[in-house]
Design a binder for this molecule. Structure first.
Ligand code: ZN
Length: 106
């Protein structure tokens, strides 16, 4: 018996359950960026902008080369993934933001 590893027929297959994808359904954050809404929270420092505080940006932040660390809608810390060609930042509430959205040259 050498086909043990492939003999899987005996195992009752579970019906494919509609699993919620890991992606967050909300596109609020991306929508706000595309619409050019003024951020409520600073995307790099998490400062609540209504307090009148002016966050200090590094040149790379200003150039959009750095991924935002905070959701500009709620100030939550986002999960940031940096890729060779950009980054993805995800707010657990407001969805995903991709650097592609911020780069008009693409
Ligand atoms: Zn958010």
């Amino acid at each position: 018996m050498s086909e043990v590893t492939t003999a899987r027929e005996g195992v009752p297959k579970k019906k494919p359950v509609r699993r919620r994808p890991r992606k967050i359904a909300s596109t609020d954050l991306a929508d706000a960026i595309i619409a050019g809404d003024a951020p409520l929270y600073d995307p790099f420092t998490g400062t609540e902008l209504s307090t009148g505080e002016t966050p200090h940006y590094s040149p790379s932040m200003r150039a959009g080369l750095e991924a935002p660390r905070f959701c500009q809608l709620c100030g939550r810390r986002m999960v940031v993934q940096v890729r060779p060609d950009g980054w993805t930042a995800v707010c657990s509430r407001h969805g995903e933001l991709d650097s592609v959205l911020l780069d008009p040259h693409r």
